[in-house]
Design a protein. Sequence first.
Length: 264
Amino acid sequence: MDLKLSNKIVAITGPVKGMGEVITRAFAEEGAKLALLARDTQAVASLEQALREQGADVVLVACDITHSDQCERAMAHIQEAFGDVPDVLVNVAGGSGPVGKSGAETTFEEFEEIVRLNMAGCFNTMRAVLPGMMARRSGKIVNVGGTFGMRGKAGRMAYSASKWGLRGITKSMALEAGPYNININIVAPGMVDGERFRSKVCPDMAEKLGISEEEAAQKHAADYALQRISTAQDIADACLFMASDRSRQITGADLPVDGGWAAL
């Protein structure tokens, strides 16, 4: 299926950490023009260079998404670089917040920090890009949420709250942007098999339960209907679909990519 993303201007926040690099590379493989937004541009420089060597048209933009003025400058930079505002915005950047703390144990500072990043950060980038998309009467926004924003999770209150809030932002702004032919959706990963899962999540469970790390991985997989953990590529594929015109009649939706947990 041709997703027709070639030469589309795609702005991606959090383009290198966690699943961000896989998502970025997936859009590059589709021939998109890439604007990589990052607070730490040095951390993205090697990826930018690699993409250039592969023939991608890419620009690296310094931007702390928790600051609205930086987001506005970033969108102006992208328009200057590519001659138009982004066709697609993919909000990958985010954090996990305190893990294993109850709501009563979570400090206000911890709560505020993750809500500012996961909610306000996405709001800032959306607010910065939407005027241009609305003037052009086309655009796609894909927010990477999380399944803990669809079902509650003990010990992850702050993170869960931030992702529930992102759902509200997404759905409300989808209603507002719909008349301008703009789709806004959420892709919600469950557990993703990657560095954190293998080096942190599985070892922690293995130690707690007195089992091997592989048994811990299998125990996590057993929570899902498909009995397997999602990969970063699974998330990237969902983002590609939501960013393409193949999803033209989908907006304000939550798409859990978790092997069957949040929706079942």
